[in-house]
Write a protein that binds this ligand. Structure first.
Ligand code: TXA
Ligand code: MG
Length: 313
């Protein structure tokens, strides 16, 4: 990874493409976190059948506070561990410029300032925060070399910055600060002992429970509660009933909003959470949704719609 490579990667990020890049923990699959369509490309490449929220990377601490509501604890942790392998889950600021897709529609966002020099240079050169999950296909292990990325994603990622092997080799520690008591959602590069030196108290994640595991026992802040609209949702709707708003897909008539007139799933994924929020705010009796093909990104969209339609009574 050299200066021309970083400059090229920064241009790719700015033009809405995805780029794999090294961090001190694992390689990330990055896109402009403020660009809905660019973020949708990450999910497309990873073949994730679900919209899990992503970590957003910043080149400096102050830039993080512009997008989030910082608390005393957040500032304390940032001073102690950033730049470095710690991710904080914080509330989104009211004027947050990050795509709703990085939060999977939630009011919170996971953020970190990586310590890797190459990642820092890329972030500075791109001039935007970069959303990046680990650069592997869904279900496989996190990559710690450029070769791992290529083996897992191949040509699905147009550019891989090679920075050798990652120093930490483990993902970042995730601490959720959105509840009263900080909660460790994922152990990682910053040890619990190190956290203990800075935090008075915190809730530990129960063993075996993953942050995204919905069957795990619920403890404060531990469970990733998925965004669901307040309005009820009707799937595979062919028409609008009285009092309905219609979320269209493809060339449907009478849609209140349309995910993609041309039936493009990438565009639909990019619009999905923002449009769902908009329709929910209209206080209709029901949000009717056009059928969406269950292929590619349609799988993740349908997964989220099914949850939204099921959470009733
Ligand atoms: O070390 C790392 O953290 C790497 C490098 C690339 O930074 N990234 C990484 O991202 O491991 P990923 O997407 O593989 O894991 C992110 C985890 C997921 O388990 C996700 O559910 C959780 O962070 N997460 C993200 N946003 C969240 C939020 N708003 N609330 C709760 N959990 C969140
Ligand atoms: Mg991962």
């Amino acid at each position: 990874m050299d200066t021309p490579g970083i400059e090229h990667a920064a241009v790719c990020i700015q033009s809405g493409d995805i780029v794999a890049f090294p961090t001190e923990t694992v390689y990330g699959l990055g896109a402009d976190a403020t660009n809905d369509k660019a973020v949708a490309r990450i999910f497309e490449a990873k073949e994730r059948p679900q919209f899990n929220p992503l970590i957003v990377h910043f080149n400096e601490i102050d830039a993080v506070w512009k997008e989030t509501g910082p608390s005393e604890v957040a500032i304390k942790l940032a001073k102690a561990f950033w730049p470095g392998p710690l991710t904080l889950v914080l509330n989104r600021a009211s004027d947050c410029k990050l795509s709703p897709l990085v939060s999977a529609g939630l009011d919170s966002v996971a953020v970190r300032v990586p310590a890797h020099v190459g990642a820092q240079l890329l972030l500075t050169e791109a001039g935007v925060p970069i959303a990046a999950p680990s650069a592997n296909r869904s279900g496989s292990i996190s990559p710690t070399t450029a070769e791992h990325v290529y083996t897992s994603l191949g040509d699905r990622v147009p550019l891989i910055l090679d920075g050798g092997s990652c120093d930490v080799g483990l993902e970042s520690t995730i601490v959720d600060l959105t509840a009263d008591v900080p909660a460790v959602l994922r152990p990682g590069g910053i040890s619990k002992n190190a956290l203990q030196r800075v935090l008075d108290t915190f809730v530990d994640q129960p063993k075996n429970a993953k942050p995204t595991d919905e069957t795990a026992p619920k403890a404060p802040g531990q469970l990733l509660s998925h965004y669901a609209p307040n309005t009820s949702v009707r799937l595979s709707a062919t028409h609008k009933k009285m009092g309905d708003v219609l979320l269209g897909f493809g060339p449907v008539e009478g849609a209140t909003l349309n995910l993609s007139q041309s039936g493009d799933l990438l565009e639909a994924a990019a619009n999905f959470f923002a449009m769902l929020h908009q329709l929910d705010a209209m206080n209709a009796s029901c949000i009717a949704v056009s059928p969406i093909p269950a292929t590619g990104l349609g799988e993740a969209i349908n997964d989220r719609l099914r949850r939204a339609a099921a959470i009733r009574d």
